[in-house]
Design a protein around this ligand. Structure first.
Ligand code: ATP
Ligand code: MG
Length: 509
């Protein structure tokens, strides 16, 4: 009897022991050996993973990036002022991640989701890893739809398609940011979610961009992700990856998204800073050996997905700064080889006031041509030819006063093309507005007009077309192809509009 009772009790104890799961989670802690320059060297985190998030006592986060047998190199994502040797570090067991969702649009945040615009906290329902594999080749589809920038020189001559990666490069202060911002502004009402990722810029420059977007009602469809120049290099380094994760969310929902990286020169410098502090071997220009990979794995994530995979797209406009117009420097050549084309902004054109300062000869779009609006394609080839012939002749013409009639005509036409390609910032144009004036200059309708009246003529032409041929304008904007008769109708209206221009005082007419 007693034995039976004992047996019962023992069985119950055994069941309890078997079914009880320990609720304790193993949490590894380490000790800081050294902090400085945005890096901490930590001992005791023997099983921490690469890219794992770690936490310092007052909430500062870090990412483990250098795993050595006894010491782990951590890049800090926050202020290191209150960190010192001897404090404890906890491994979180979490990959570095970023918030995603529609609620982010219209906001200014950092890579970890911290609100920087002084607004209310953001409702975050989901976080995704900042490093994600790029879509497989089988998931990708050719680029088929244009991404309209609203800038005549780009949409007509160097068109960009949705899902393309087009590099914007140029020296300091040549209008790189301006081209990207105008493109974002032009997406208003077009259903393209935009992400502007600012890396290593001064906070005042970023504030200016945010203000411009707000003024042009473009902030509603844009998310701004910022790591400014006084943030630690670790945060500057991870920000583009986090911003890409945020943009991919829209692509993966089958929508179209656009991401601007402003700029990747500063991103590369942040990575160089980290690598040197971590004592990785320096290579060319002191950049570490994997500098190509940090940009290729970032830009490979932009693509156009096949319909079976949702059909969404992510277009990337990475910006890179050149020094003394050297586009063959290390980082620019890397990026040129990764992207599907480049827009080169020339300081010489900028100084001459030819804005936007896009150098047509040095710019190229490797995939966008197939997506161009038919109305713009109809004018593009003649325009490019007229312009390149003119560029060649202009230099030569300076040395010679006696030019034959044909050369003079090419130069006069070229001058007008150049004038038509000028555009003020933050003033994007619809496809019909662009096609109208460009086809007018192609057809020689502006040849008799003084060059300094071309801008005025453009206004007249645009107003006349909208007033008299609204239906044809709609067709052009929708991307329909126009017949010869329809073009003739357009030219008729343009001729009338130009004839009706007020003669300037003191001029014969
Ligand atoms: P940074 O190297 O400092 O980043 P950036 O190359 O991005 O400069 P922006 O800041 O875009 O250049 O432009 C430089 C200046 O040129 C700005 O003051 C801007 O307002 C002006 N600018 C750029 N494009 C145009 C344009 N199309 N029309 C008039 N002004 C322009
Ligand atoms: Mg800029």
């Amino acid at each position: 009897m007693l034995t039976a009772m004992l047996d019962d009790t023992m069985n119950t104890i055994r069941t309890v022991i078997r079914d009880t799961r320990p609720t304790l989670k193993r949490q590894e802690t380490g000790t800081v050996l050294q902090v400085g320059g945005g890096i901490a060297r930590v001992s005791g985190l023997a099983s921490v993973a690469s890219e794992e998030l770690v936490r310092f006592p007052d909430g500062v986060l870090g990412v483990a990036i250098n795993l050595e047998p006894d010491v782990v190199g951590i890049m800090l994502l926050g202020d290191s002022d209150r960190l010192n040797a001897g404090i404890r570090v906890t491994a979180t067991g979490r990959e570095t991640d970023a918030p995603v969702g529609d609620s982010l649009l219209g906001r200014v945040i950092d890579a970890t989701g911290r609100v920087l615009d002084g607004g209310k906290p953001i409702d975050i329902h989901e976080r995704r890893p900042i490093e994600r594999p790029a879509p497989e080749i089988i998931e990708r589809s050719p680029v088929t739809t244009p991404l309209e920038t609203g800038i005549k020189a780009i949409d007509a001559l160097i068109p960009v398609g949705r899902g393309q990666r087009e590099l914007i490069l140029g020296d300091r202060q040549t209008g790189k940011t301006s081209v990207a911002i105008d493109t974002i502004i032009n997406q208003r009402g077009k259903g393209v979610a935009c992400v502007y990722c600012a890396v290593g810029q001064r906070a005042t420059s970023v504030a200016k961009v945010v203000e411009t977007l707000r003024q042009h009602r473009a902030l509603e469809h844009t998310l701004v992700v910022v790591a400014s120049d006084d943030d630690p290099p670790g945060l500057r380094y991870i920000t583009p990856y986090a911003a890409t994760t945020m943009a991919e969310y829209f692509m993966e929902q089958g929508r179209d998204a656009l991401i601007v990286y402003d700029d990747l020169t500063r991103h590369a410098r942040a990575y160089r800073e980290l690598s040197l502090l971590l004592r990785r071997p320096p290579g060319r220009e002191a950049y570490p050996g994997d500098i190509f990979f940090i940009h290729s794995r970032l830009l490979e994530r932009s693509t156009h997905l096949r319909p079976e995979f949702g059909g969404g797209s992510l277009t990337a406009l990475p910006i890179v700064e050149t020094q003394a117009q050297d586009i063959s420097a290390y980082i620019p050549t890397n990026l040129i080889s990764i992207t599907d084309g480049q827009l080169y902004l020339s300081p010489t054109l900028f100084q001459k006031g030819l804005l936007p300062a896009i150098h047509v000869g040095k710019s190229v779009s490797r995939v966008g041509g197939k997506t161009q609006h038919p109305s713009l394609r109809a004018v593009a080839s003649d325009l490019r030819l007229a312009y390149s012939q003119f560029e060649e002749l202009e230099t030569f013409a300076r040395f010679s006063t006696r030019l034959d009639k044909e050369t003079r005509a090419t130069i006069e036409r070229g001058r007008r093309v150049r004038e038509v390609l000028k555009q003020t910032e933050h003033h994007p144009l619809r496809a019909s507005e662009q096609a109208g004036i460009l086809s007018a200059v192609n057809a020689g309708l502006l040849d008799d007009l003084p060059v300094d009246r071309v801008a005025e003529a453009e206004q007249c032409v645009q107003q006349a077309l909208v007033a008299k041929l609204p239906e044809l304008c709609d067709r052009m904007d929708r991307g329909e192809k126009l017949h010869k008769e329809q073009w003739e109708k357009i030219h008729g209206v343009i001729r009338q509009a130009l004839a009706g221009m007020q003669p300037r005082e003191g001029s014969p007419g």
